[in-house]
Design a binder for this molecule. Structure first.
Ligand code: DC
Length: 223
């Protein structure tokens, strides 16, 4: 049977991760959260005390960094140079620095190379910002997930509350918009919809509806 490459791109907190994970589960495909890879690289930069403007130092560091996504029951763990950093890459500090690190050419080259290697045999759902445009421009199915920014902030706030972290929706909305602006205006591989991507607005959809939409499209491709 044909093994698809499914690309899901979109702005921050648009529901990509939850959806990609469930779609991958339904199709028994591998789920690759490429944002987690950029977050792991960012964690290393922060822990080394490197200035975010020091592009040369970050580029050099990227060359000697090994980031792996390790499948775990129903999910995946993130390893940075052999150490588990799955939880540590989700802190506000990493979130606010990740756009600066992910605009650096050498960082992107390393990550894209790794992502292409993971996806070369198909049977994979990759989510990020540049999957359908740069990483796999020939992906079998491309989805561009969007949702209005207030709704995205509300979802992020709920997620954080579930982890016991209180966060102001207004502040979250501001941060989300700032990050999207940086990701969409960088010169290399900016966040943008691939020409042949299907736009999926999730503002008024349930997670199950989002998943069903993509799984249905995937099954059509498999016919
Ligand atoms: O999906 P996320 O919010 O965890 O991603 C974190 C950041 O990583 C995002 O703000 C930009 C960067 N990123 C990227 O540049 N390219 C990708 N394919 C995925 C993420």
């Amino acid at each position: 049977m044909k093994q698809l490459i499914i690309a899901i791109d979109g702005p921050a907190a648009s529901g990509k991760s939850t959806t990609a994970k469930l779609v991958a589960g339904r199709l028994q495909y591998l789920h690759v959260d490429t944002g987690a890879m950029y977050r792991a690289m960012t964690l290393k930069v922060i822990e080394r005390g490197i200035d975010l403007k020091d592009v040369k130092a970050i580029a050099t560091l990227a060359r000697s960094t090994k980031i792996r996504l390790v499948p775990r029951e129903g999910s995946f763990g993130v390893e940075l140079d052999g150490t588990d950093v799955t939880e540590r890459i989700r802190t506000p500090k990493v979130t606010s620095a990740v756009s600066a690190v992910s605009m650096i050419a050498e960082v992107r080259q390393r990550m894209v190379q790794e992502q292409r290697a993971m996806g070369k045999n198909g049977a994979i759902v990759l989510e990020g910002r540049d999957i359908g445009t740069v990483v796999f421009p020939d992906a079998d199915l491309k989805i561009f997930m969007v949702a209005n920014q207030r709704e995205r902030a509300a979802r992020r706030s709920k997620e954080m509350a579930a982890k016991g972290i209180a966060a102001e929706i207004d502040q979250l909305e501001k941060e989300i918009v700032e990050r999207d602006t940086k990701d969409a205006t960088r010169s290399i591989s900016p966040l943008t919809k691939a020409q042949n991507a299907i736009v999926l607005d999730t503002t008024d959809l349930t997670i199950e509806e989002q998943v069903e939409f993509i799984v249905k499209k995937a099954k059509e491709k498999l016919k």
